[in-house]
Design a binder for this molecule. Sequence first.
Ligand SMILES: [Zn+2]
Length: 254
Amino acid sequence: MHQIPRLGRRLGTVIGSLLVTLAASLVAITSTAAPAHADACYTWGRTLQQGATGADVTQLQIRVAGWATSGTIFSIDGSYGPATTTAVRNFQSAYGLGADGVAGPNTFSKLYALQDDDCTPIHFTWGEVDDVCFGGWPAPVSGTSVAQVKANLMQAMWRAEAIRHRLGDVPLRVTSAYRSKACNDRVGGASNSNHLYGRAMDLVPGSSASTMCGIARASRQSFAQVLGPGYPDHSDHIHLGIQSSVFHSASQCF
Ligand SMILES: [Zn+2]
């Protein structure tokens, strides 16, 4: 009869130590699973991996699109498939993180470090990509909106951030991105230019640390459309476009 209370005490001790272990685990989980957000832009609330879907996947895809497989179309669709796994793995590898293709606390921490409060990547600003003729955000051509233009430009800036890092963190200069209707009329631009929709960005070296061809080569992993030296009228800038078919042409470079 005396064994029951002894058993009870032993169980109590075991349960007590389990609770201590559990409490310690919870502290550990809390401190690693939900990294503090670094700014006013966006905070991920869960680890993401292949099979996940949702707006948080979309936010991740916008930021890793520049690390996709060269010559493929990377879809920003909120669905974490094999292409997203590859892009995350390439991103992790490029920034010295464990490259497992799973977006967890370390990956998110790096992304927080790379973005400003307004969600643009740290080395590019809205002021560099706004209307190339007049500055600011004059109305786009019909069929699109400033909000859509800015969403596209956000994607372009993150892809450019990847190019910049791939080249060894060298400065790059944007010479043209958004072109409003008034701007396009003024310069006599093509009626279907990606620049009208914020889907294109022209880059040149920002210092002697990079070359036109260096940028062109480094861009192939980040943009479906890459036009550079050797393509007509593209000897003095690299045109980068987000579009639904792959076209890379810079015969003097590759
Ligand atoms: Zn262009």
